[in-house]
Design a protein around this ligand. Structure first.
Ligand code: DGL
Length: 275
């Protein structure tokens, strides 16, 4: 039987919309309830135990919203609470999917030389959750982790290609280039928007793995396996922020993708025929 309850997606702010966008692309019949904790943004600079407390509160909120599955669409939150290196996970009556393991599983299969890089916030890298996930899923892979704390604010400011960003990315990635990684996990919700510059700096031989896309695929498998798919048509999503809703809306366009405002109709072949 179809399960029409929504999928809950939460993040520290708007970044998790990259995950929501990937989910909506793959699951057009599913409703998404998105919670952006913008009042307490960012998580990536905070202590892990503090973020763990936030995650417990947001999971409880999601259960109150009657979701059928929760996606922790934030690497820092996943690292602190959903897939931490001590393995203690939040208790919830529905599945809770994090963004780390789906990307790690794909990177482990993709690497040709066994050297994988991961970039993320300070909290994510400090947590060593990626190291833990590789230990469990692919212990033969050598992981090189690098915190890139400056990149989140560039993306929020809409700066994803200018020369200062290229310089910052070059300096952040230098240790990973020196380590000859051939696969790179984008371990932060904001980094998919920097894919252009990241590939430019790393070159075509380094494969980029987006945790957003890998997580969306994991959610599809989970819904199929657990018989949780919906049969909604034209699903309506709900977006909730703990901070300023106008600021959320402004930034959300960038992360969720622009929507069509109007469509013009032109038939150039008619003009050509009449001239
Ligand atoms: N959403 C966070 C992450 O993926 C990035 C922004 C923040 O620091 O809260 O780690």
């Amino acid at each position: 039987m179809a399960d029409r309850r929504p999928i809950g997606v939460f993040d520290s702010g708007v970044g998790g919309l990259t995950v929501a966008r990937a989910l909506i692309d793959l699951l057009p019949d599913e409703r998404v309830v998105y919670f952006g904790d913008t009042a307490r943004f960012p998580y990536g600079t905070k202590r892990l135990d503090e973020v763990r407390g936030y995650v417990d509160e947001l999971v409880a909120w999601m259960i109150g919203a009657d979701v059928k599955l929760i996606v922790a669409a934030c690497n820092s939150a996943t690292a602190a609470a959903v897939e931490p290196d001590d393995g203690v996970r939040p208790t919830a009556p529905v599945p809770v999917v994090g963004v780390i393991r789906p990307a790690v599983a794909t990177a482990a299969r993709a690497t040709r030389n066994g050297r994988v890089g991961v970039i993320g916030t300070a909290a994510t890298i400090r947590s060593r959750s990626y190291e833990h996930a590789f230990d469990v899923l692919a212990s033969d892979v050598e992981l090189f982790a690098q915190a890139c704390p400056a990149l989140v604010s560039y993306v929020e400011d809409g700066r994803t290609t200018d020369p200062e960003v290229v310089t910052q990315v070059r300096s952040d990635l230098a240790p990973l280039i020196d380590a000859h990684v051939d696969t790179m996990i984008l371990g932060c919700t904001h980094y998919p928007l920097l894919t252009g510059v990241l590939s430019y700096v790393l070159g075509p031989d380094v494969l980029l793995i987006s945790s957003a896309e890998e997580t969306a695929r994991r959610v599809v498998s989970r819904l199929l396996d657990d018989d949780l798919l919906s049969d909604h048509r034209a699903a309506a999503h709900r977006f909730v922020a703990s901070g300023d809703p106008d600021e959320f809306r402004r930034l959300a366009m960038r992360f969720l993708g622009p929507r069509l405002a109007a469509v013009d109709v032109e038939q150039p072949w008619r003009e050509l025929a009449s001239s």
